[in-house]
Design a protein around this ligand. Sequence first.
Ligand code: SF4
Ligand code: MG
Length: 321
Amino acid sequence: AKNIKKHFPIRKGLLMREVGSVKAVDDVSLTVRKGETLGLVGESGCGKSTLGRTLIRLYEPTGGEITFDGQDFLNMKSGDLRKKRKNMQMIFQDPYASLDPRMTVGQIIRQPMDIHNSGTSEERNARVLELIELVGLRKAHVNRYPHEFSGGQRQRISIARAIALNPELIICDEPVSALDVSIQAQILNLLKDLQTKLGLTYIFISHDLSVIEHTCDRIAVMYLGKIVENATRDELFKNPQHPYTQALIRAIPRVGQGKKKIKRSLGGEVPSPINPPSGCSFHPRCAYKMDVCATKTPVLENTGGGHLKACWLEKAPAVVE
Ligand code: SF4
Ligand code: MG
């Protein structure tokens, strides 16, 4: 994806005249390699979900380019687009809301095959049973309804639905955030297993850096619609260079650390994307801000070995433990 923008117009008055826009995603470039998991992390309201949806054209980008498997994804004919879209699926945060309560588990998992007219009816039913076992549920569950299942099991159902058409890319949008911590690891392990078995590529969205740490090969840190740092997982945790990334890492609760300390490490809230701060949009919250930070927007630059950061500081500040 190159220079992707997603701006939502703000309209007012009787004539619904456009009076401005929310720059939910503002000039984002990134690459996802086949078979890897790219993490998108940042506080809520940073544009992660919007970016995820824009990358698979659930939202039409306001600008930019997307290439998928060497093909121009934004200027495809509708037939080709339909075929490509089959290869891209999404798993949502809330398994309670994303499953139709009136449909059985079997109908839910079968639905994408019905929509895309994939195989005969018998083949679809056989595939449903195969998928049910693949995600760790039992064949006997096929005629039950979502409300008969726990949160973790419901997320297994939505994962089965997402992989029904053999996709290549899955956008996982906070897939474990609504689950108990004890269940989170099971779902993350399932996603990992399926990735290995099926050769899946994930874009994994989470506000929780500790979940990202256990899941992702490469991590892009988002702040107010922009990527401010992008590096491999090991590199990002060993050598975080952007003050925002450093603050997020400090905010991961560690054993023996009180709540107070966590709060102090990242003060304030994410400003509104309607009227983002000038220059580096992190400057009102940054402990290292300089004069230039409020006037000029830093661009994402390679600091060596594919580690990208957007910050005017020449050297990353030392990480204070
Ligand atoms: Fe802080 Fe300036 Fe770097 Fe922004 S550009 S993160 S304000 S030091
Ligand atoms: Mg979100």
